[in-house]
Write a protein that binds this ligand. Structure first.
Ligand code: AHM
Ligand code: MG
Length: 332
């Protein structure tokens, strides 16, 4: 018989001897992802495409769906009594759970709609989330309580709104993938224990930034594009969806390396992707599936965050290729 995501989580909780709080939180997150899948899928039929006419804290123009999906995620998770506070790409400050609801022991960070530049052109987008424990004794969390290294995540996951909607998650015991069966409204386990092959011949990077990269990334990509004629043992293929969720999902399915490396395009930014709700959850998922994730100089999950919306360089995917790029950084 097919196994639903809720059944899967309840069974995990039994093994862990957990209280049920975590299952409650995850069930609220699942509900949010189903609602977002519905809004993304309906698109212009319900008038949700286009710009919201506002900017987020990172100075990026918000799409209507960025705002709508942020509200869906907040409203679905704030009431349950499982969270003490949450933080999102679309909110400048952390959001402590309002006094009218009970406060719980977890902190949630999320990017409600990642890759949102792809919405209007009907290309896959996703939601990324990360669950942390609220530090002991803290009943009124502040930003500093969120500044925990990614290795401390209790759970990380993403929903991919593609030809089918999938939810992929880890609680630190491997990575499992579930597909939304719209007829019954349930996520069903379809991809148990996903594993990233250690070797790959596919790379993903935004080549238009090439002139801004550092020497180790220049060298690696140059070798990939030259393939057998440039000293590598094989030729490489390239992909760039501009939706990190879609790229990570491809890598979990058939291997690959994804890079949004350090570049000199904007000296104020260390990278493009955000540590707490993009790089950390994706790094935990990738490592739990046997892959690797690094800035080029440091394992991402070891980074001690300095601020909520901090950006980091990201190089993740098939282990042997990530190790090669890290090696080029060490040699530089
Ligand atoms: P977003 O959170 O504003 O959508 O930005 C993150 C996205 C990633 O999904 C993707 O890998 C990257 O930005 C694409 O950037 P670019 O447009 O520079 O190729
Ligand atoms: Mg994002």
């Amino acid at each position: 018989m097919s196994k639903s995501l809720i059944q899967f989580i309840i069974e995990e909780q039994r093994h862990m001897g957990a209280s049920g709080d975590f299952t409650g939180l995850l069930s609220d997150i699942i509900s949010a992802c189903k609602q977002i899948a519905h809004a993304v899928n309906k698109g212009d039929l319900i008038g949700v495409l286009g710009s919201a006419g506002s900017e987020n804290v990172q100075g990026e123009t918000q799409k209507k769906l960025d705002v709508i999906t942020n509200d869906i995620f907040m409203q679905s998770t704030e009431w349950g009594g499982h969270l003490a506070a949450m933080a999102s790409e679309e909110m400048d400050e952390i959001y402590p759970i309002p006094a009218k609801y009970p406060r719980g022991k977890y902190l949630l960070t999320f990017d409600p709609l990642d890759g949102s530049s792809n919405i209007d052109v009907n290309i896959s987008v996703g939601t990324i989330f990360s669950i942390l424990r609220c530090p002991d004794g803290v009943s009124n969390p502040t930003e500093k309580d969120f500044l925990q290294p990614g290795a401390k995540q209790v759970c990380a996951g993403y929903a991919l709104y593609g030809p089918s909607t999938m939810l992929v998650l880890t609680t630190g015991h491997g990575v499992d993938g579930f597909t939304l069966d719209r007829d019954i409204g349930e996520f069903i386990l379809t991809h148990p224990q996903m594993k990233i092959p250690a070797d790959t011949s596919e790379f993903a990077i935004n080549m238009s930034n090439r002139r801004y990269w550092e020497a180790p990334v220049q060298r690696y990509v140059e070798e990939c594009t030259k393939g057998k004629e440039g000293g590598r043992e094989k030729n490489f293929n390239m992909r760039w969806v501009a939706s990190m969720v879609a790229e990570v999902h491809r890598i979990l399915t058939r291997g690959g390396i994804f890079m949004y490396p350090f570049d000199t395009k904007d000296p104020a930014k260390a990278g493009k992707l955000r540590l707490l709700y993009e790089a950390n959850p994706m790094s935990l998922i990738v490592e739990q599936a046997g892959g690797a994730s690094s800035t080029g100089r440091q394992r991402i999950l070891d980074i001690q965050p300095d601020e909520l919306h901090q950006r980091v360089p990201v190089i993740l995917g098939s282990k042997n290729e990530v190790d090669r790029v890290v090696g080029y950084h060490q040699g530089a």
